[in-house]
Design a protein around this ligand. Structure first.
Ligand code: HEC
Ligand code: HEC
Length: 474
């Protein structure tokens, strides 16, 4: 939580008190008493634009080893890394779906198909058991060194006090030899250990058995064995890409994670948007409307208080009253809540707080929010402007969730319970800002100017085939 917004927090406290005492959807209009109305041209606060992004912001100055990049791309799209060989990293972070999956919540291990057409299957025939509880975030620009925290709750992060240099759910089990190159590589160690994302269930494979028993080290060992197996055609690629690999026996899963990180950092760097070019000196590249929107973003609309810095994120955690849909993380009396940052810190003050996402390419990467509750950029931005109104008037038809009766049955348990919605609203720290329709359009225009045109077509990042011979498409 930020400590620089004392007046704001006081206003929010007032909102929350009002809200807590009179909760009922109709009563929320009372909050209008403290809505901040932004005047047409005035900018209430001084505003500063970030410095332009450059090569130095990225690992290896933006030029990771090309052989590792190529190997990482194959691994990223290869279902060999999943217990049942039926899902790859790309299933949820695909080049054809803007490094996400186009869904509010992913359909994990056992599903079939890609993007919004992905089907959950039936449990009896190996389909998914429940939805993955959080939205699959985009992977743009995560090779920039300032991204030191991964996941919506930041549960993996750079921490020089740890033997590995990183704090993560694996604690001391995180390998140190060979070392993990960066936090992006640390992140890549985890999806393979999750039964619902990639590992599968206990009876289905040795990897599924190790994963359901919580034995992450064994999952990594079994996957390294697969990569060492000549039949999967990876050995030469690892030998060529890594100086410390001479024979198959030298391959560890850490090498795979480092290669995947090199690929993600290289392929999905996105810092040539009109906004970037504007910051680098091309003053003609932004439309008048986008410049007005930029002024709102960095001024009176207050966005940059959290969406700060070169990548529009302070990398900190805030409670923004995002609707909670899907199975949740097992928190709270309903078992369908997600306490967010509190799950990592144990601090009740962090309940319902989530990491501020970068807004680079955000116009491409819907659905939005940590559960993908909003299916349009306009609705997501409207939420940021008036979080509590938006929470209590949430339109459930916006959720992009492939249907199956048992899955549908839990999707809106939290949102249908006024007490639980109130809890999320009371924790909210975002203050309401009212824009005129034209100002809102200008703000949206500016957010579109954060899109790098090179990210509009990512087909080159999708390999036609992978070494294991497993199908790349479903
Ligand atoms: C079943 C879908 C699924 C699969 C498969 C999957 N991911 Fe993810 N990924 C997610 C979800 C959901 C999150 C967010 C989880 C959270 O915050 O708790 C995530 C988070 C991430 C992040 C962090 C982004 C950020 O901004 O913090 C990266 C990077 C990433 N995944 C890369 C990978 C890689 C590499 C693989 C393969 C080894 C992979 N993912 C496999 C769904 C998936
Ligand atoms: C107090 C901090 C804060 C302020 C102020 C703020 N945001 Fe956010 N924003 C966040 C956080 C935190 C999230 C993620 C919330 C979640 O998913 O639970 C977010 C999410 C978003 C998203 C969805 C991104 C995605 O990838 O899902 C958009 C778009 C966005 N904000 C735009 C804005 C705009 C535009 C403004 C100004 C009108 C703004 N935000 C003001 C903290 C803030």
């Amino acid at each position: 939580m930020t400590s620089t917004r004392i007046p704001t927090l006081m206003a929010v406290l007032l909102i929350c008190v009002l809200f807590a005492s009179v909760w009922a959807p109709a009563a929320v209009a009372q909050r209008d008493d403290v809505v901040i109305v932004v005047s047409e041209e005035s900018v209430a606060r001084p505003w500063l634009l970030p410095r332009p992004v450059s090569d130095e912001d990225y690992y290896d100055n933006g030029a990771p080893d090309p052989l590792q990049v190529e190997l990482g791309k194959l691994l990223f799209y290869d279902k060999l890394l999943s217990g049942n060989k039926n899902i790859s990293c790309a299933t949820c972070h695909h080049g054809l779906t803007d490094t996400g999956d186009g869904l509010s919540l992913p359909v994990g291990e056992g599903g079939k198909g890609l993007g919004v057409t992905r089907s959950p299957g039936e449990v009896a025939t190996g389909g998914i058991h429940e939805r993955v509880p959080r939205n699959a975030p985009p992977v743009f620009n995560l090779g920039a060194k300032e991204f030191e925290r991964m996941f919506h709750d930041g549960r993996a992060e750079v921490d020089p006090t740890q033997p590995s240099g990183f704090r993560s759910p694996a604690g001391d089990l995180l390998p140190t030899d060979p070392p993990l190159d960066n936090i992006l590589a640390v992140q890549a160690m985890f999806p393979v250990t999750s039964p619902d994302e990639m590992a599968g269930q206990s009876t289905e494979s040795d990897i599924g058995a190790a994963a359901t028993a919580g034995d992450v080290v064994e999952v990594w060992r079994l996957l390294a064995e697969r990569l060492r197996d000549e039949q999967n055609n990876y050995v030469n690629l690892f030998v060529d890409a890594f100086d410390d690999i001479y024979t198959a026996a030298d391959i560890e899963f850490v090498h795979a994670a480092n290669a995947i990180a090199a690929f993600e950092a290289f392929a999905w760097r996105a810092d040539n948007s009109p906004f970037d070019r504007f910051l680098r000196g091309d003053k003609t590249v932004l439309s008048l409307r986008a410049r007005r929107g930029m002024r709102l973003f960095y001024g009176a609309a207050g966005c940059s208080e959290c969406h700060a810095g070169a990548f529009q994120t302070d990398h900190d955690f805030h409670c923004m009253a995002m609707p909670q849909i899907g199975p949740g993380k097992g928190d709270g009396p309903s078992g369908h809540e997600d306490f967010g940052r509190e799950r990592v810190t144990g601090e009740e003050a962090d309940r319902f707080c989530f990491r501020t996402p970068t807004l680079r390419n955000v116009a491409l990467t819907g659905p939005w929010g940590h559960t993908g509750a909003y299916n349009t950029l306009e609705a997501a931005v409207a939420h940021m402007l008036e979080p509590i109104d938006s929470l209590v008037t949430y339109d459930q038809s916006q959720a992009a969730l492939p249907s199956r009766d048992d899955l549908d049955a839990v999707d809106f348990m939290v949102m249908n319970d006024p007490d639980l919605v109130t809890d999320i609203g009371v924790a909210c720290e975002g203050e309401a800002v009212e824009l005129r329709p034209r100002q809102f359009d200008n703000l949206i225009e500016f957010i579109h100017a954060l899109t790098d045109p090179a990210s509009l077509d990512l087909r080159d990042d999708v390999p036609g085939s992978v070494p294991s011979g497993l199908p790349v498409a479903d």
